[in-house]
Structures are given as structure tokens and as C-alpha cells.
Design a protein around this ligand. Structure first.
Ligand code: 3HC
Length: 302
């Protein structure tokens, strides 16, 4: 069944090579997913060799783990490892890429620059996708010569596990690009939903509201553990604060800021979360035991 709003699949173009801009947490997960499901070469790029090597190294480690778990055989792992490479030279790496997705720092200017640089090197037909959590895809595409090839392609962490994918049609996205995005989503075995190009799309609005209320109760003086545990009887897969850690405190803070700017009456920005981010905390919990334990240094910030 065709997803609501998806164009006719006959318009979709074939994707034979994927480019990924960024080699961080999300980008590396995307590289693994695209390589496994599309079975095509995937090239990761970043601003320095160390980051590129780290991203490719992570993918190779995950492939070794999938081998150990018996999910892939040695031939498959070898083929996938050969297919996932890194490069600092976007011009040659992306010259024959049909689909390039960016997962770099969440800042409009940075992402616009990435797209402008990409437009200069990718083939005419290539799709430019963004994994942005909350920024306007139309604005990101606005300075390009071919904004019609830009789509939002928003994944959820952990990418390998969560089936949802928000696909965003920007103001000038054309049907062929959108159809290609849906065809790629199908090959990735994701449940794609078409969402409006609105601040934080659909899912992050809900999540931000949900985590925002937990954080607001902490800001108001409820102890972290009490606020975090209060929802446990609802049978959530993980507690709100552990989810906050998985999303990344800085990303959650950024999304909350974007939503606050767009809808000041509906979304607040937690002072406590601001302090955690300013202190540079990425991990909030010690996961070495059975139950995650709040890091005492993080607890002291609340
Ligand atoms: N990477 C890859 N696989 C993972 C993983 C990870 N980080 N974490 C867990 N898994 C896999 C496990 O290997 C396991 O697979 P298997 O059954 O095939 O062996 C499966 O997921 C289940 O894992 P566990 O049994 O260890 O743990 P849980 O059953 O508690 O599941 C979870 C873990 C899937 C992370 C679950 O807790 C969950 O769904 N949590 C909510 C996550 C969520 O809401 N994410 C959305 C964040 S918002 C976002 O990303 C958008 C951005 O813009 C902010």
C-alpha cells in the first residue's frame, strides 16, 4: 500500500551509491543501515580523518558483532566492510553518488553550507537528504540551484531498531525526489510517514513535550529520580531521562529551543537541561550494572 502522500513509485530513481556527510553517532548508524539494506557502496565524510576513521571503524565493529551474533556470515561481512569507506574528498567520493544524506551539527548555516558544497559535486539527479531533527528543510534548500532534489529523512535512535522514518517534503521538493525517498525507505525496511515541513515535524514535538514536562517538574523542584520513575508504571521501553541520554542532551536542548522559538506558549526550555548541556555532559547514567544509575556529577547539576 502506498504511504499517504507518497508519489507514484514509478517516478523513483535507482540508487547505486550513497554518500553520508558526518561520521558521528547518527551518521555511522545510517552508514551501517544503508550498506546492509541497499547493498551499495556507502562513503562517509567528515571534517577530519580522525572522525572519518572513527565512523568507519564503528561500522566495521558493528559488522563484526553481527557476525558473532550469527546475523551475517563472513562473506556478507567482508562485502559490507568493503562497501563502507571513508573519504575527506567529497568531490571524488560523491561524484557518482545518487543519494547523499547529511547528519552534521544541528545549525541551519552549517547545513546550508553542506548542501551548497554538495550541489557543486554530486550528479544532477542526486537526492540531497537531511536527517535534521527540527530545522526547516525548505530553508535548508533555499539557496540551492536545484532545491527540488532536497528531502527530509529523519531517523530515530537506535536507527537499526526503530522502524519509523519521517520523510519531509520541502516547499520545492519534486515528485521524483520524493518517490525516490520513499523507495529508499522501503529498501531500508522503514515505515515511512510523510510529514509537513514544520518545526520538529511530528514525532519530536510529541517527545519534546513529553520529556519537557518531566524536565519542567524537575525544574520546579521534584527530585530527578522521582520525576523519572513516576512514569514507570506506564510500561515505557525506557525512562524519560534515559531516553534523554539516548537522544543526546544537546540535541534535546536544541530541539526544545527550536520549538520554543516557534511556539513560545507551548514549549519551554529546561534550565536544568541547559546546565547539563553547558557542562558538556553527553552521558547521564552509568549503565555498567543492571539498572542505569544517574551519574553523581550529573545529579549535582540538578
Ligand atoms: N543499536 C542497535 N541495536 C540496539 C541498540 C542500539 N543502540 N539498543 C538495543 N538494540 C537492539 C538489541 O540488540 C536488541 O536486538 P535483538 O533482540 O535483535 O538482539 C533489541 O534492540 C532490544 O534491545 P534490548 O533487549 O537490549 O533492550 P530493550 O528491549 O529495552 O530495547 C530500545 C532497547 C530499542 C532502545 C528500547 O528501549 C526503545 O525503544 N527505547 C525508546 C527509544 C526511542 O524512543 N527513541 C527515539 C528517540 S528520538 C530520536 O531519535 C529523534 C531525534 O531527532 C532526537
Amino acid at each position: 500500500k502506498r504511504p499517504v502522500g507518497a508519489p507514484d513509485k514509478s517516478l523513483a530513481r535507482k540508487v547505486t551509491k550513497v554518500g553520508i556527510v558526518g561520521a558521528g553517532l547518527m551518521a555511522s548508524q545510517l552508514a551501517l543501515l544503508f550498506a546492509r539494506r541497499l547493498q551499495v557502496p556507502v562513503v562517509l565524510t567528515d571534517i577530519d580523518q580522525e572522525r572519518v576513521d572513527k565512523g568507519v571503524g564503528w561500522v566495521h565493529e558493528q559488522l563484526d558483532m553481527l557476525l558473532l551474533k550469527g546475523r551475517l556470515n563472513q562473506d556478507q561481512v567482508n562485502r559490507l566492510k568493503a562497501n563502507v569507506t571513508g573519504s575527506l574528498d567529497k568531490a571524488s567520493a560523491f561524484a557518482d553518488a545518487d543519494f547523499v544524506i547529511e547528519a552534521v551539527f544541528e545549525e541551519m548555516g552549517v547545513k546550508q553550507q553542506v548542501f551548497a558544497d554538495l550541489e557543486a559535486v554530486v550528479p544532477e539527479h542526486a537526492i540531497l537528504a537531511t536527517n535534521t531533527s527540527s530545522l526547516s528543510v525548505s530553508e535548508m534548500a533555499s539557496g540551492l540551484e536545484h532545491p527540488e532534489r532536497v528531502v527530509g529523512f529523519h531517523f530515530f535512535n537506535p536507527v537499526a531498531v526503530l522502524p519509523l522514518l519521517e520523510i519531509v517534503r520541502a516547499e520545492r521538493t519534486d515528485d521524483a525526489s520524493l518517490a525516490t525517498a520513499f523507495a529508499v525507505a522501503k529498501e531500508l525496511r522503514k515505515s515511512a510517514v510523510l510529514v509537513k515541513d514544520a518545526p520538529a515535524f511530528v514525532v519530536n514535538r510529541i517527545l519534546t513535550r513529553f520529556m519537557g514536562e518531566v524536565l519542567a517538574s524537575i525544574d520546579e523542584g521534584t527530585p530527578v529520580e522521582v520525576a523519572d520513575n513516576a512514569l514507570a508504571p506506564l510500561g515505557l521501553p525506557m525512562s524519560p531521562m534515559v531516553l534523554l541520554e539516548l537522544v543526546g542532551p544537546a540535541v534535546a536542548h536544541h530541539v526544545a529551543g527550536t520549538l520554543h522559538e516557534a511556539f513560545p506558549e507551548r514549549f519551554g526550555v529546561s534550565e536544568n537541561l541547559g546546565r547539563v548541556v553547558a557542562a558538556g555532559k553527553r552521558t547521564l547514567y552509568d549503565h555498567s550494572g543492571g539498572k542505569p544509575e544517574l551519574d553523581p556529577e550529573v545529579a549535582a547539576l540538578f
